[in-house]
Design a protein around this ligand. Structure first.
Ligand code: SF4
Length: 230
C-alpha cells in the first residue's frame, strides 16, 4: 500500500473536535494556494514515512487516543489513503479528514469511513483558479461540499481569510451561497502566510477579524460560526 507521510503529531486536542487524536500529515497536493498552511508538504516525493511507520506509531496508542486526523498537504491527493483509513479504523481509531475536496471521487468512497471532516472552501467556486492555479478546481470543491452535506457526517466548512483574494463583499456572497447550499457550521480562519511577501498580507488579513459588522452577519447566517485566529 503506497502512502507517503510528511510527518506525524502525537497529540492534538483541537484538530478533531471532542477527541484526543494524532495528526498524520499526508504528502503532496495538486493545487498551489499562496496561503498554503504547509507548503513543504506539497511535493509528493519528499516523504518521510509510510504506512508501516504509521502502523508502528499507532499500535501502542490503541485505547489511549480516540482518533487519527489525516491532514496535509492534501490527503485526497493520494489514492492509497482510503486503504490506510480502513486499516486505521479497523485498529479501533475514529477518523477525521482535513481536505480541500480536490478529488470528489476519492472523497465519496472515503466518506463511509469518516467520523468528522474539515472542508476548506477557499472562495466563490468560479474564482477558485485565481487561488489554486488549477482550472476546474472550483467544480471539484463544489462537488465535495455537496457530498459532505449529503453524507450527514459531522463537519466544519472553513475559509482562510487571504486578503489577496477575498474581500468583505466576496466573503458575504460566499457565506450566503454556503448557507443556501445547507452549510450550518462555518469557520473563518486567519491566513498564516509563511512566505516573506505575505507578511504584509497577514496584517491585512487581521482586518477581517476586527470587522464586527462582518462577523455579526456571519454569526447570523450560520447555526454555528467561529472566527479562528492563527
Ligand atoms: S489545497 Fe491545501 S494543501 Fe493544497 S496548496 Fe492549497 S492549501 Fe496547500
Amino acid at each position: 500500500m503506497r502512502f507517503n507521510i510528511g510527518g506525524i503529531t502525537s497529540l492534538t486536542t483541537i484538530d478533531f473536535p471532542g477527541h484526543l487524536a494524532a495528526v498524520v500529515f499526508c504528502q503532496g497536493c495538486a493545487w498551489r494556494c499562496p496561503c498554503c498552511h504547509n507548503p513543504h508538504l506539497l511535493p509528493f516525493s519528499a516523504n518521510s514515512g509510510d504506512w508501516r511507520q504509521l502502523q508502528a506509531f499507532l499500535e501502542p496508542r490503541r485505547g489511549l487516543l480516540d482518533g487519527v486526523v489525516f491532514s496535509g498537504g492534501e490527503p485526497l491527493f493520494q489514492s492509497g489513503l482510503i486503504e490506510v483509513i480502513k486499516n486505521v479504523r479497523a485498529m479501533g481509531f475514529k477518523i477525521a479528514l482535513h481536505t480541500a475536496g480536490i478529488h470528489p471521487g476519492r472523497f465519496k468512497k472515503m466518506l463511509p469511513y469518516l467520523d468528522w471532516v474539515g472542508l476548506d472552501i477557499k472562495t466563490l467556486f468560479e474564482h477558485y483558479p485565481q487561488i489554486t492555479g488549477v482550472a476546474n478546481s472550483g467544480a471539484r470543491a463544489r462537488a465535495s461540499l455537496a457530498l459532505l452535506l449529503e453524507s450527514g457526517i459531522a463537519y466544519e466548512v472553513r475559509t482562510t481569510a487571504d486578503p489577496d483574494f477575498l474581500n468583505r463583499t466576496i466573503l458575504l456572497v460566499l457565506s450566503q451561497a454556503l448557507a443556501n447550499a445547507g452549510v450550518t457550521h462555518y469557520v473563518l480562519q486567519e491566513c498564516r502566510p509563511v512566505a516573506s511577501e505575505h507578511q504584509i498580507a497577514r496584517t491585512h488579513a487581521a482586518a477581517f477579524f476586527h470587522d464586527h459588522s462582518l462577523l455579526q452577519q456571519l454569526h447570523e447566517t450560520f447555526h454555528s460560526f467561529i472566527a479562528r485566529r492563527a
